[in-house]
Design a protein around this ligand. Structure first.
Ligand code: GUN
Length: 275
């Protein structure tokens, strides 16, 4: 399914190059050597290459100063040939993530993390929507479920996933509950869900007995089990027989997130070129 999105972008890239005389360009920045982040950024650049857009990976040393990183971002903000800037999170502790996110020009913020884009999402204005929540909506839509009037439960309240996906579900007229680590009787709350989105970053927080029969289950988790194998937040073996549809880990939300990043790069290109 993420392949379909990337193919849509591939067609867009060709059409945009013909119309504007240049291809969209995405710059991905990684600071340090977090192994998971290295895999993610490589996959992002690989996907960009697949679509035919321009992209490059800037690998900066873990010890880079906040000032130097901010100045790198300022240069990219000023570069007319750069459409999208993504700084992979998390950053080393000596760098203030909020400052870095705020420094990326809003119109190049392919992550949708800039306060201007966050405000746009919550006020219902035109904005860049964060990639993971946008991908989750595309996955839910692929099931054909009508969200209007359905109960959606989001487990997790992060700025990157939980909060924005709750707003997107609300925009589609679902009745949305946000559950989290302090929720009393998480199982009872989850069992009300026609659509269950789990994004807490802890393996096995949701098991089959917490899933309403026939529910659509979206597992955003990306954890390692005791043997070092990738696994989600949902216990797949027990949940899969109960759900009508469930995303696997790996291979579910992750690839769709990257595909939506490609879409956001196109949107940023257009917001600048079509001014
Ligand atoms: N780290 C984990 N998820 C993300 C994401 O969506 N964007 C960025 N920049 N970093 C992340």
């Amino acid at each position: 399914m993420s392949l379909q999105v990337k193919d849509e972008v591939k067609a867009d890239v060709l059409a945009l190059e013909a119309r504007y005389g240049r291809k969209p360009c995405l710059v991905v920045i990684i600071v340090g050597e977090n192994p998971a982040s290295q895999v993610y950024v490589r996959n992002k650049v690989k996907a960009a290459a697949y679509t035919g857009m321009e992209s490059r990976l800037e690998e900066l040393p873990a010890g880079i100063s906040e000032e130097a990183l901010l100045s790198q971002i300022a240069q990219l903000n000023a570069d007319p040939l750069v459409d999208g800037i993504l700084v992979q999170l998390p950053l080393p502790k000596h760098i203030n993530e909020e400052k870095v996110i705020d420094a990326i020009a809003r119109e190049k913020d392919v992550d949708g993390f800039h306060p201007g884009n966050v405000a746009g999402l919550w006020l219902g204005k035109d904005c860049i929507v964060p990639c993971t929540p946008a991908g989750i909506m595309r996955l839910i839509d692929s099931t054909g479920i009508e969200l209007k009037g359905k109960n959606a439960v989001v487990v997790g309240r992060s700025n990157i996933v939980g909060k924005p996906v709750a707003k997107l579900l609300l925009d589609r007229h679902a009745t949305v509950t946000i559950a989290h680590s302090r929720t009393a009787d998480l199982g009872a709350v989850c069992r009300t869900a026609d659509v269950l989105v789990v994004a807490v970053g802890k393996a096995g927080v949701v098991t089959g007995s917490m899933v309403k029969p026939g529910a659509v289950v979206i597992d955003v988790g990306m954890n390692r089990d005791a043997e070092g194998k990738l696994c989600g937040d949902v216990d797949f073996p027990s949940a899969q027989p109960v759900a009508s549809w469930i995303t696997p880990v790996p291979g579910g939300v992750g690839p769709m997130t990257i595909a939506m990043l490609m879409k956001n790069t196109i949107a940023c290109f257009l917001s600048r070129e079509a001014r």
